[in-house]
Write a protein that binds this ligand. Structure first.
Ligand code: GLU
Length: 428
């Protein structure tokens, strides 16, 4: 019998860039340390299922436009696939594959009983009305509905989607099933089976580990300085919670520009400005600076909380922050990782740092499946406990093996997934 063709190129081609190459480079490093063979690497490097759908959209002006969407289920050895749905003009299948793989490691590392998935629709939601976005979401949901469900794959918000999107997915799926299925999405509105604390969970988790990381380097968070790239679902609340902990947030950026204040930005005032204008640009109590200034600011802590690949070989040597806590997925390329490592920077990796979102997604799914709702305190305490436990075990593994935190986190996660594979065995 002849060998099967590889469904997707498994190895980063020399000089190739992009999130999938980054994710596979990180995986390769972990499987090499773990002594896994090529067959196991290939299984872990390849999504279990992926679907691409076309989404014909009737625009408000009566014209029709064709959009494309994906859902990738990277792994479900440890439980249903889990991961966000992204609406962005930059979405492509390789990006979604990488994000799905990172979800698998994130869920395994935090020991939530899920595999990893991700979805994406190539659309710039800023240019579409709410009614159009609802039609896109419902059609996309209808196309992927055979693949999703509380026991199969559970979407959640990501860049460009929010609790309304999750409500539409839940409703579309429920109408098809003939009954309400709250557990099919997480990140829903609280009045519709959402969990208390979910909207701010990623940022809470980022700040739990950021404060722990500062302390681990002998820096008192009260009085430390920080910069935050991105002022969306993750960056905004990260800036807020850092400021509440007494850390001075000197610089913040969004997709339109950046602001800086040497004495620290007044974060509540900045939030009001953003609510009124839609951007951090034009904030009166700060100076406008180029967007890169946020990544290169002379601060104790940098939180990249926007998109992948922002810390690269060409700018990593200009990073001056002593600690980088990844609020975004995949913000640091492997080349940048090496440069930051050599410069003595501490990088707290995405699969640990931004796991708060999926942890509270898990809590939401548990609550929905049991139809019993927890108080905000219960959610916050359990979130903190899980984040700090994972912070502890990643640090312990890094120290024991003499490797960076990212490699340690990936090794721990990959080992758990591989164990599940081995225990289940291969069918047939
Ligand atoms: N989109 C978030 C992430 O990248 C949350 C995923 C989820 O809650 O399923 O972690």
């Amino acid at each position: 019998m002849t060998a099967l063709q590889e469904p997707v190129a498994l190895h980063p081609a020399p000089g190739a860039t992009g999130p999938l190459n980054d994710a596979r480079t990180q995986l390769r490093e972990a499987t090499t340390l773990l002594g896994y063979d090529e067959g196991l690497y290939s299984m872990l490097a390849t999504p279990r299922r992926e679907v691409t759908v076309s989404i014909p959209l009737r625009r408000d002006d009566g014209s029709t436009e064709l959009l494309v969407g994906h859902r990738v289920q990277h792994n479900f050895s440890r439980g249903p696939a889990k991961g966000g749905l992204r609406y962005s003009p930059d979405v492509d299948l390789d990006e979604v594959r990488a994000l799905a793989m990172w979800m698998t490691w994130k869920c395994a590392l935090l020991d939530v009983p899920y595999g990893g998935a991700k979805g994406g629709v190539r659309i710039d939601p800023r240019h579409y009305s709410q009614a159009e976005l609802e039609r896109v979401t419902r059609r996309y949901t209808s196309e992927i509905s055979p693949l999703i469900g509380p026991e199969r794959d559970i979407p959640a918000p990501d860049i460009g989607t929010d609790e309304k999107t999750m409500a539409w997915i839940m409703d579309t799926y429920s109408v098809q099933q003939g009954h309400t299925v709250l557990g099919v999405t997480t990140g829903k509105p609280i009045s519709l089976g959402g969990s208390r604390g979910r909207a701010t969970a990623t940022s809470r988790g980022v700040v739990h580990v950021a404060l722990a990381a500062l302390r681990s380097r002998g820096i008192d968070p009260a009085g430390a300085t920080a910069s935050v790239q991105g002022f969306g679902k993750v960056g905004r609340y990260a800036a807020r919670f850092l400021a509440e902990a007494g850390t001075r947030v000197l610089a913040v950026s969004d997709q339109y520009g950046a602001v800086f204040a040497s004495g620290g930005l007044d974060v509540p005032a900045l939030e009001k400005h953003v609510d009124a204008t839609g951007s951090v640009v034009g904030f009166a109590d700060g100076d406008e600076v180029p967007a890169e200034a946020v990544l290169e600011a002379d601060v104790d802590l940098l939180v990249p909380a926007a998109v992948e690949g922002v810390l690269r070989a060409d700018n990593a040597s200009r990073v001056r922050a002593r600690i980088i806590v990844e609020g975004a997925n995949g913000p640091t390329t492997p080349e940048a990782d090496r440069i930051l490592q050599e410069a003595g920077r501490l990088v707290v990796p995405d699969i640990l740092a931004n796991a708060g979102g999926v942890i509270v997604s898990y809590f939401e799914w548990v609550q929905a499946n049991q139809a019993y709702w927890w108080s905000e305190n219960e959610v916050e305490d359990r979130l903190a406990e899980r984040m700090l436990a994972a912070w502890g075990s990643v640090n312990e593994a890094a120290a024991r093996l003499g490797i960076p935190l990212r490699t340690a986190a990936t090794v721990l996660a990959v080992e758990r997934v591989a164990q599940a594979h081995q225990l289940r065995g291969l069918y047939p």
